[in-house]
Design a protein around this ligand. Structure first.
Ligand code: ATP
Ligand code: MG
Ligand code: MG
Length: 348
């Protein structure tokens, strides 16, 4: 069969590779760091930085299509690949999700609700933004943030100086603090023929900025569930998107507010591995490889728990539990905050 190229060799690339193999494809991983989690299960691995355009070109020539497991791919790397073969999801999806300011204005232009926001490049901007938006608020770097990194919370205007210092000179946006009751996400897919499907929304709990658990079904009314799915489809269609996307939402009494989108398979979609006939990883491969989308309807209630850092030491106990499906990423060293694996506990 043909080869699918994946930029990024972390756990998402690993699980994409496994799904691709089940559909008869080989994968070629491109990853700057040596011995990434995906290397164990991939057909080929290129270890080179994203600045190495010669390596990127050779990689692109060895595959039929390219996809990615993380969104911070430099534009020059995209150029080098796109000259050789198609990349899904497309460039617009990447550029929108790479920059929180562009992302927010894209969502707002679609008529979707976001937190109030303003661009902040210096102390004057921040003072004006705080005037307009008020406190509490969150200052976030526009680019490169994940797992709550590159963010500073402002309880009051008095926190302005320390928050700005935390940005270390990077362009940022100030977001008004959304008083949400809980957080949910939609994992949605769109294929090459424009077919769209969404998994049941999951309810997400974060700890220290990192996803801790996802529970399905989420606490949503039927109207909220429909709204969540329809607004996600609107985002995918607007981007002419191909692949799986994660759409993070805040649930408030006034309705759903879009927090951010991720143009890739998403940690909050890991429950689908044991809750659906076709999981998010297979759905992504189907979408980008020109297949019809699979049946992602939920057959079980699931609680997904991330195993972070030393949580991995609990594996002997978790292994004794009934209905606990264990997914480990093969990472040697359990550093604090590092995602080592996850467990899907199936109800009943
Ligand atoms: P991810 O790992 O999901 O990519 P991230 O670093 O991009 O995370 P966000 O998703 O923007 O960060 O924020 C992390 C968490 O912080 C959110 O899931 C939410 O709990 C909280 N948060 C972010 N923005 C706001 C906001 N405007 N109001 C209230 N809470 C917020
Ligand atoms: Mg994010
Ligand atoms: Mg997030």
């Amino acid at each position: 069969g043909s080869v699918i190229g994946i930029l990024g060799g972390g756990q998402l690339g690993r699980m994409l590779s496994v799904a691709a193999a089940r559909l008869g494809y080989k994968t070629h991983i491109y990853e700057p760091m040596a011995n990434p989690p995906a290397a164990d299960v991939a057909h080929a691995v290129t270890t080179a930085p994203y600045e190495d355009l010669t390596a990127l070109e050779a990689f692109a020539k060895s595959v039929a299509i390219v996809t990615y497991e993380f969104e911070n791919i430099p534009t020059t790397a995209l150029d080098a690949i796109e000259a050789v073969c198609p990349i899904h999801p497309n460039r617009r999806a990447l550029s929108v999700s790479q920059d929180r300011l562009i992302e927010k204005s894209f969502l707002r232009d679609l008529g979707l609700a976001t937190a109030p926001y303003a661009a902040v490049d210096d102390a004057t901007d921040l003072a004006e933004a705080l005037d307009e938006i008020g406190a509490p608020a969150i200052l976030k770097t526009r680019r490169l943030g994940y797992d709550g990194k590159g963010q500073a919370r402002l309880k009051s205007v008095a926190d302005a100086d320390t928050a700005l210092a935390d940005m270390q000179g990077a362009s940022a946006i100030l977001e008004g603090f959304v008083a949400f009751s809980h957080e949910v996400s939609v994992i949605a897919a769109r294929n090459l023929s424009g077919e769209v499907a969404a998994f049941d929304p999951g309810e997400n709990v974060h700890e220290g900025g990192i996803l801790r658990t996802t529970t399905v079904p989420a606490r949503l009314t039927e109207a909220q569930r429909t709204d969540a799915v329809l607004l996600s489809a609107k985002i995918l269609n607007a981007l002419n998107y191909v692949g799986v996307m994660g759409v993070e939402l805040f649930v408030t009494p006034k309705g759903l507010i879009v927090n951010e989108i991720a143009p890739r398979v998403h940690n909050s979609g890991h429950w689908t591995q044991n809750g659906c006939a076709v999981d998010q990883f297979e759905q992504h491969i189907r979408a980008i490889a020109g297949w019809p989308l699979g049946d992602g309807s939920r057959h079980s209630d699931v609680v997904m728990e991330n195993l972070i850092g030393n949580d991995i030491d609990r594996i002997p106990d978790i292994a004794q539990e009934r209905n606990a499906a264990i997914h480990l990423y093969g990472k040697a060293e359990a550093r604090p905050g590092r995602k080592m694996g996850h467990v899907n506990r199936i109800a009943g």
